[in-house]
Design a protein around this ligand. Sequence first.
Ligand SMILES: Nc1ncnc2c1ncn2[C@@H]1O[C@H](COP(=O)(O)OP(=O)(O)OP(=O)(O)O)[C@@H](O)[C@H]1O
Ligand SMILES: [Mg+2]
Length: 586
Amino acid sequence: MIGTKGTVVAVNGNMVSVRFDGAVSMNEVGYVKVADKRLKSEVIRIRGEVSQLQVFEITKGIAVGDTVEYTGDMLAVELGPGLLGQVYDGLQNPLPQLAEAAGFFLERGVYLDPLPLDKAWEFTPTVKTGDKVERADTLGTVSEGAFTHRIMVPFGMYGTYTVSKIKAAGSYKIRDTIAELKDEKGNVSPVTMSFRWPVKRAVDCYEERLKPVDPMVTRVRLIDTFFPVARGGTYCIPGPFGAGKTVLQQITSRFADVDIVIVAACGERAGEVVETLKEFPELKDERTGRSLMERTIIICNTSSMPVAAREASVYTAVTLAEYYRQMGLNILLLADSTSRWAQAMREMSGRLEEIPGEEAFPAYLESTIASFYERAGIVRLKDNSLGSVTIGGTVSPAGGNFEEPVTQATLKVVGAFHGLSRERSDARKFPAIHPLDSWSKYKGIIDEEKVGYAHGFMRRGMEVEQMMKVVGEEGTSIEDYIIYLKGELIDSVYFQQNSFDEVDAAVKPERQKYTFNKLLMILASQFSFPDKNEARIWFNRLRQKFLDYNGSKWQDERFTALEKEIDEAIKKQSKGLDKAAEKYLA
Ligand SMILES: Nc1ncnc2c1ncn2[C@@H]1O[C@H](COP(=O)(O)OP(=O)(O)OP(=O)(O)O)[C@@H](O)[C@H]1O
Ligand SMILES: [Mg+2]
């Protein structure tokens, strides 16, 4: 079939209006022909015989009368072995290769194969001729880095098929036919090791969705203990400019207990992206001893690329995540920043002259954000294995005001909220997650009640601190002052974590539990001091010891020695335990 053709009738920034002749559908890809270039675009509205397309490239040179070729295909990504370790733009162009092919300044209209075509993969079939298969069933496997990559029946092949041919074990390339599948009518389709799937459609080849329950350990104490994230759950990190959103995501991408990390850097500053690209390949994965990049995919669009490409990048990222979930793997998708994506939506909506909602964002902002986060989840696959996609998105509200539409829309759908505070980042208290504003609906690695007990000191300590600002230290009772000091202690030795310290940067759950109990012992102890000055001096000393303890290797000599000193200091000063806390210490 020859695709539909159209003619540009208007150009408005990154949106072109095109009169077409034939059939066109929403989200279909079209190419605008400019001189010898074809610029990739997506249909975002159809009115009668005029369609509006968002162009994923700079629209310079497009003129009324230019030809548009519709493809009949939705905006899609190619799925197959070879995705891991890649750096793509939002349209799945491999960036390093693109730079090589087109020079330092990325040229428009150059689209490359997302997967290496000449690489050979050792394929092992898992079905035999005559077997019945359905979409997403495994036909065979190849190894990709540390993983067993399932070569599956393309997700778009609905219905039941009979395997009429399957290749023997051997070395094949991505576009080689490895099987032939016959449908009920007798039509035969060749299947290769890769296939395409439209990015805006959630992959749904699983048996059931489960409730996210198990924590996804990040090794950040504040998260795992206080504001946990569940495997298959969602969370957001809103924070003002420079408060540490990107650094926090980088830490998480290195240490989170997942198989694969996909980073969607949509619309961040180019410098930041370059930093990530330089840093990642050098980082070692502690679990495998290999480069971290081998289990990472980076999708990046810097703020200098057209807005439409940012939108594409979040969808591309989540689709790749869903693909690997079908292999029974756990994937973490980090989107930085979703505000840039929302701004892209706003810009497009403005061009479409839609009725604007709050702050000129489109009325469908909420539902679009919700449907993105809904693609997270833990699922049971047909073979009963479990796979998960966890999504964490940063939000960068102007002026750090969390009341704005993107933060609010995100808050409604996520399971945990890690709000960064300007005050804390200015004070260099990192990670700058606010201990009182943040929350999580998930279960963490430590019993909730215990955590609540400790959190209570933090809250009351901050209240005392506020009060002291008004009435002064003299006007504060020694009991309140001790609560304040206990709150400060939790803040400095548990909430804050030194991401530049080799030991403290990432703390395993086992150690978190252990130190948390130590801290609990201090919180529950009833101390008496002759005056506030003595109290402060004592707590300062204890804090310093605790920080050294945090910085020493788990259970080595120094660790044990410091622990002994801490225990002795508490024992000497304590007049007994808070009755209410005894059950937590048992
Ligand atoms: N955990 C941390 N430990 C030490 N320093 C940190 C930490 N987090 C952030 N910083 C400091 O704060 C700076 C800004 O952090 P980051 O780039 O992550 O902010 P951001 O919120 O992503 O900013 P933007 O809104 O511009 O994207 C870092 O360059 C670093 O100096
Ligand atoms: Mg950032």
